[in-house]
Design a binder for this molecule. Sequence first.
Ligand code: NDP
Length: 307
Amino acid sequence: MAILILLNQVDPTLLESKLKQFDDCPEVRIYPDCGNKDDIECVIVWKHDEGVLNDFPNLKLIASYGAGVENILSDPSLPEGVPITRFVDDTLSDQMAEFVLAAILNHRLHLTYYREQQAASHWRPMDFLTGKNVTILGLGELGSTTAKLLDVNGYSVSGWSRSEKNIDNVKSYYGDDQLNASVAGADIVVCLLPLTPTTKHVLNADLFAAMKKGAFLINVGRGDHLKEDDLMNALSSEHLSGALLDVFATEPLPTDHPFWRHPKIHVTPHISSPTDKGRVARQILDNYNRIKSGADPLNQVDPKRSY
Ligand code: NDP
């Protein structure tokens, strides 16, 4: 019996070496060298090609290499009845919270601006931006950890989710009807939603119009949450003051994309919370062992709600 690593845009050998460090790891194969396909009981996937997961008749677990599963669920020919899991991990959540706090501090304290001024030998001090109202779209594993870190750092935090939340000092908005209200008072809006058919392009002109003038956007969810032209318009009209974007509809971001050179857009290359290979390896092996012993795997995705 074997585990198959099927990763696009990620080096599979690093994960292979982490898996093999554990005594309970079965044989590991790396796609496309599947060997006898009957042996494959677990596939670890990231951006797989449509249809390939149907090739393994004894598949018992589809494990996402990361927290997001949109690339798995968008495959219309997934094998029926095979559980899909995703990576849920305190370290992943903490990293994201730290990144968002750093992005907010960078914005409020003008740190990137001073680096640019340094290049021109300019001494031009500015006041900190005082607005500390933050709305987080998505209050799940990553969003709730981020909300708590911002709260202890003196931010006034609101969040928007599907269901109502009860997190100390975090105002909960929920459901489509409350989306615009959730962002209305925010100086900074952070997107930490999963990409689903209902959240695609949620960061659009209507939402920007509901945000107050001068607000700042941070997108660390997925590139397809954002309607790119709508952001460009909101920045040109100076309704939004700027954006930090970590994720993009096309990754890597094409070299001729206007975001690269936009003075109000800060681009980072999808690094706000990278998967720790040792930790994801251990979590997947634990789930594989659970299935072998007849238990349900942890961190299962619900295909009906798309996350
Ligand atoms: P979770 O599934 O734990 O949380 C998702 C949150 O979004 C929940 O609060 C959920 O509401 C809310 N939500 C989902 N759909 C809707 C909707 N239609 N309307 C309102 N709220 C909605 O996900 P994680 O926190 O673990 O991860 C979030 C995303 O972050 C990932 O899917 C991935 O895309 C992105 N990510 C980005 C990384 C990066 O490096 N840039 C790294 C890791 C993840 P409810 O609680 O009510 O269910």
